[in-house]
Design a protein. Structure first.
Ligand code: PNW
Length: 461
């Protein structure tokens, strides 16, 4: 058996727009996702998160299911426009009440809330009036919103994540236009990202100065997939590092080192905004832990002729900026997202982070897989998902044995949900959701996870 450190945090995760529903209930204002889903062709089967899992009305039942799994922690996100309908000024007390009740219910169940402040659902008003993440005002708006959350939920909540996957919001939202706000550009991703990093840092400064007495921890959750050099050639090895720098270093270097990677500065020139001296100081050290969302692995090789055409989803950046070509091994296993199942990539990813960023405390804030699960005689036997989690957790354990300070792991996801542009077709959950009746059915992975948590480790058989 692979036994984990005794204070290891076993968790599960979701996000507001993907599960809550109640999109315009009790005074919630619209977000960019509420608008984006109405654009023809953007979402598989023209679906939306209007109802989603109806978690807004069923959260008590959901917390009971979490309790059955025995998780120590639950990571969820707050919908900014549910508590501030236009993203600024006015507060919606009904929205505050919802999160307050959720937090209390979790605490009674012995589950620690880990709260993400931003999981992509920007208040629509801020997009229309102030250009969203491209505008100058957004980082202060975000800090004001964060302040409201710290004020109302702080103390009961002591684990905070400012932004979820700024890479996705920048690249898929402002580069390729496949996620809200649906912009396509080869400059805007770098500007949006710049403002996200500043927003993160301002919220962290405020939290530390004003709410330090709450003794909490605050960080950011970045996503990165592993990039393995395709060959042993020096060119391919450098290409793989460059790919990781454009993916994770873009966000983690400023937070841990104070500035963007040199490779980005060299290749992007004026397209990459600059931080002022004061901003360097503000950003450097602005995370108490390293949050990592990790899903898959690709090979990287040097290629100065690549374009991003035909390479839209999950390509790791604007390819032509990196001179990197990505490829896959057809012998790997694939999930229904076509993401390869490569546990050793997870171990290498963790070890690369430990090495580059001074061995920080790391939490895997998301890891999981989508498969086309089916209910047979009332049960869902998702043995492929069980194998996925076994493989990845075993890889995590190897990284820990090699000195990586991995402190916890959040399985994505607690239940099937609205998988963004893929709609409801892609199922990532440990609980099956029947989207017609909204019934939840624990899959075999939920039972396996409960057993793993109870044993504090992955059983061999
Ligand atoms: C993450 N990519 O999204 C999100 O944090 C979750 O909300 C989402 O449900 C989950 O992973 C599964 O997709 C990603 O293209 C979306 O590389 C796209 C990519 C990565 C993560």
């Amino acid at each position: 058996m692979n036994t984990f450190p005794k204070d290891f945090i076993w968790g599960t995760a979701t996000s507001a727009y993907q599960i809550e529903g109640a999109a315009s209930k009790d005074g919630k204002g619209p977000s960019i996702w509420d608008a984006f889903v109405t654009i023809p062709g953007k979402i598989k089967n023209a679906e939306s998160g209007n109802v989603a899992c109806d978690h807004y009305h069923r959260f008590k039942e959901d917390v009971q299911l979490m309790k059955k799994m025995g998780v120590n922690a639950y990571r969820f996100s707050i919908s900014w426009s549910r508590i501030m309908p236009t993203g600024k000024d006015e507060i919606n007390e009904k929205g505050i009440e919802f999160y307050s009740n959720l937090i209390d219910t979790l605490l009674v169940a012995g589950i620690e809330p880990w709260v993400t402040l931003y999981h992509w659902d920007l208040p629509l008003t801020l997009q229309l009036e102030e250009d969203g993440w491209l505008g100058k005002t957004i980082s202060d708006r975000f800090a004001d919103y964060a302040n409201l959350c710290f004020e109302r939920f702080g103390g009961r909540v002591t684990k905070w994540i400012t932004l979820n996957e700024p890479w996705v919001a920048a690249m898929l939202g402002h580069g390729q236009g496949v996620f809200a706000p649906g912009r396509t550009s080869n400059t805007e991703p770098y500007l949006a990202a710049h403002h996200m990093i500043l927003a993160h840092a301002k919220a962290v400064k405020l939290y530390r100065e004003k709410y330090g007495f709450q003794n909490g921890k605050i960080g950011i959750a970045n996503n990165c997939d592993w990039r393995e050099p395709l060959t042993k050639s020096k060119q391919d090895q450098e290409a793989a590092v460059r790919a990781l720098e454009f993916f994770l270093g873009w966000f983690a270097d400023p937070v841990y080192k104070g500035d963007y990677p040199k490779s980005m500065r060299e290749r992007l020139g004026k397209r990459l905004p600059k931080f002022t001296e004061q901003e360097h100081q503000l950003i450097k050290g602005s995370s108490d832990f390293f949050g990592l969302n990790h899903y898959t692995t690709m090979y990287a090789s040097h290629d100065d002729g690549v374009t991003s055409e035909g390479n839209v989803y999950g390509n790791g950046g604007i390819s032509e900026d990196q001179d990197v070509s990505l490829s896959l091994d057809p012998n790997w296993e694939y999930t229904t997202m076509n993401w390869a199942v490569v546990p050793w990539g997870c171990q290498k990813m963790l070890e690369w982070i430990a090495e580059r960023y001074g061995n920080p405390d790391i939490y895997i804030t998301e890891n999981g897989c989508s498969y086309s699960d089916e209910v047979i005689n009332g049960a869902v036997n998702d043995y492929k998902r069980v194998a996925f989690f076994k493989g990845y957790l075993t890889a995590c354990k190897k990284a820990i044995d090699n000195g990586v300070k991995l402190r916890g792991y959040f399985a994505w996801s607690f239940m099937d949900n609205f998988e963004w542009a893929s709609g409801y077709e892609k199922r990532f959950g440990m609980h099956y959701v029947n989207f017609k009746t909204l019934e939840r059915i624990p899959k075999s992975s939920a039972e396996w996870y409960a057993e793993t948590i109870a044993n504090n480790g992955v059983l061999d058989n």
